[in-house]
Design a binder for this molecule. Structure first.
Ligand code: AHG
Ligand code: MN
Ligand code: MN
Length: 336
C-alpha cells in the first residue's frame, strides 16, 4: 500500500473547474441566485461542442462558405452557422435567459419576458475570426451578459441597448493551440483551459493583470492609406520606437495575446469601415470589460468604449485596447 502520509500530492491534477469557480464566486455575491452559473455552464457546454466542431471541420467537411451573407453583408462560413445554432440550443434551454443577440442574426431571439423569468440578455459573436478557420488559425466565441430590467417587454430592442459598463459578465473562448476560457464577472479576470482528459475547463490563472506596457502593436497595416492621419503618425512613432507588429486577424486571438503579453490592439476607421469594423455590443464591449478588469484601457471613436450609449444592436466601433501605457501612446496622437 502506498504511504499516503507523505507529503505527496496524490490529487496533483488541477481540479478547480470553471463550475466550482463560478459556484465559489456566487458565495461572494449574496444576491446571486445561481442564475449566473446556469448561464455560464451553458456557455461552457456550447463552446466545448464548438471547439470539437472547429477541430474536426476538415474531417467533417464543414469548411468554407455557407453561400449566404449575414446582416452585415459578410459571407457566412458554414461554421459560423453551426456555432450559432449550438449556442442558441444550449442557451435557449436556460430558463432565466430572456433574449439572445447574435452577430449572425439581424433580429434578437426573444425567449421569454421578465414576467416569464427572463432575467438576462446574452449577446455573442458565435465564431470570431471565422475567415481564418480553413487554415487552423485561432478563432473563438465572444459573449456579453446584460441584466434585463424589471418589467421590460423582452420585445423591445431598447431593453438590451445598454452601454458596456452595464455588463454583468463578459468573456471569450479561444479555440487555439489549447481551448482557453477567459471570463470576468466584474471581480477580476480568470482564465481556464479545457482539460480534454476530463472534459472540464480548469482554472489556470486568477485575477489576470495585463502588462502596463509592451512594445507590440496589432493592426492591419494593409489599410494604412485609409487610416486617419493620427493613426499614421502613431505608426511612424512606433516604427521609430523599436515596436514589433503582431496581427492574426482574429480579434479573439489578437486580444488574448495582448491580455497576456501586453501591447495594443487597434481597429481604426478605414475607407470601407469609417466607424471601425468591430461590433460594439458583442465584440468591443465584452473585450473592453475583460481588458479593463485586467488593468488595461479600451477606447473607441468617442472615448471609453464601455460608456458608448448604443443606438443599434449591430453598430460598429473603433477599437484601441490593451496595456494602459500603450493605449496612452495612441491616444496622445488622437488628441494632438
Ligand atoms: P468575424 O469573423 O466575427 O466577422 O470577425 C472578424 C473580425 C475580427 O475577428 C478581426 O479582428 C477583424 O475581423 C479582422 O478584420 P480585417 O481582416 O479587416 O483585418
Ligand atoms: Mn467577430
Ligand atoms: Mn463572427
Amino acid at each position: 500500500m502506498p504511504d499516503t502520509t507523505t507529503t505527496h500530492d496524490w490529487a496533483n491534477d488541477n481540479l478547480q473547474s470553471l463550475q466550482s469557480h463560478i459556484l465559489a464566486e456566487e458565495q461572494t455575491h449574496p444576491e446571486a441566485t445561481g442564475d449566473f452559473s446556469w448561464i455560464l455552464s451553458a456557455i461552457a457546454l456550447a463552446t466545448k461542442s464548438i471547439a470539437n466542431k472547429v477541430r474536426r471541420a476538415r474531417i467533417d467537411d464543414v469548411l468554407g462558405e455557407f453561400g449566404e451573407t449575414n446582416t452585415h453583408g459578410e459571407a457566412q462560413q458554414k461554421l459560423d452557422l453551426i456555432a450559432n445554432d449550438i449556442i442558441k440550443a444550449c442557451l435557449g434551454a436556460r430558463a432565466n435567459i430572456g433574449v439572445l443577440v447574435s452577430e449572425e442574426d439581424e433580429e434578437p431571439m426573444v425567449l421569454r419576458t421578465h414576467a416569464e423569468g427572463g432575467r438576462y440578455a446574452v449577446l455573442f459573436d458565435p465564431l470570431d475570426g471565422s475567415s481564418n478557420i480553413d487554415f487552423s488559425v485561432g478563432v473563438g466565441t465572444i459573449f456579453s451578459i446584460l441584466r434585463l430590467e424589471d418589467g421590460h417587454a423582452a420585445k423591445g430592442v431598447d431593453a438590451i441597448l445598454h452601454h458596456g459598463a452595464r455588463q454583468v459578465a463578459a468573456g471569450y473562448v479561444l479555440f487555439g493551440s489549447s481551448t482557453v476560457f477567459v471570463l470576468t464577472t466584474g471581480n477580476g479576470v480568470n482564465m481556464f483551459v479545457l482539460d480534454q482528459s476530463i472534459g472540464a475547463f480548469v482554472l489556470v490563472e486568477s485575477k489576470l493583470q495585463i502588462p502596463t506596457q509592451s512594445r507590440i502593436y496589432s493592426i492591419n497595416e494593409a489599410n494604412i492609406d485609409s487610416f486617419p492621419d493620427a493613426y499614421r503618425s502613431y505608426l511612424e512613432w512606433a516604427h521609430a520606437s523599436n515596436y514589433t507588429s503582431r496581427y492574426i486577424g482574429s480579434m479573439v486571438a489578437d486580444v488574448h495575446r495582448t491580455l497576456l503579453k501586453g501591447g495594443v490592439f487597434i481597429y481604426p476607421p478605414t475607407e470601407s469601415h469609417p466607424d471601425g469594423k468591430l461590433r460594439l455590443m458583442y465584440e468591443a464591449n465584452p473585450m473592453a470589460m475583460i481588458i479593463e478588469e485586467a488593468g488595461g484601457r479600451a477606447i473607441g471613436n468617442h472615448g471609453r468604449i464601455l460608456e458608448v450609449e448604443p443606438d443599434s444592436l449591430h453598430q460598429r466601433s473603433v477599437v484601441v485596447m490593451g496595456s494602459p501605457d500603450e493605449v496612452g501612446h495612441v491616444e496622445r496622437f488622437l488628441n494632438s
